[in-house]
Design a protein around this ligand. Sequence first.
Ligand code: ZN
Length: 172
Amino acid sequence: MTKKAPGKAYQKGISIIELNDMFPDEKTATKWFEDVIWPNGRHCPKCGGLRTREASHKYMPYWCTDCRSYFSVKTNTAMQSSNVSLRQWAIAIYLCLTNLKSVSSIKLSRDVKVSQPTAWFMMQRIREAWACDEGQDPFDGTVEFDETYVGGVRKNSRTRSAGKPRDAGRWT
Ligand SMILES: [Zn+2]
């Protein structure tokens, strides 16, 4: 019997066309990020408050009644500062996690239609956020999307990659 490791199906990489089916639009990608970032329910990224509700703001779909501010799933993450859509982020994350050795920023920039410097920036953030191992399936529930990583505030320990040289598998 072949042991079915998590994400094994993705070890050969995933095609753009499959990703396009998985994330057909911004709404699907947003839902995915919300499920990953708020697995126990939506909370305010600014104060941590749970008393939130939907708002009509164009870019900030939620409102925190505790600290009285708008937020979105991008708020206080590295994703908020860019014009990259969540769909582009989601596809980039999948491409990076499933094709770890072969993805270059040039290739990524073509695949998700961003500039090469933007693609490079995204790859750095993705790498920090997901502490990714090659072939890992972001959907299998074992990968944590750590807001502190995404926010760029690196805590001193990287337990999940302990023993691995920092530059191992460095992306180009
Ligand atoms: Zn709040």
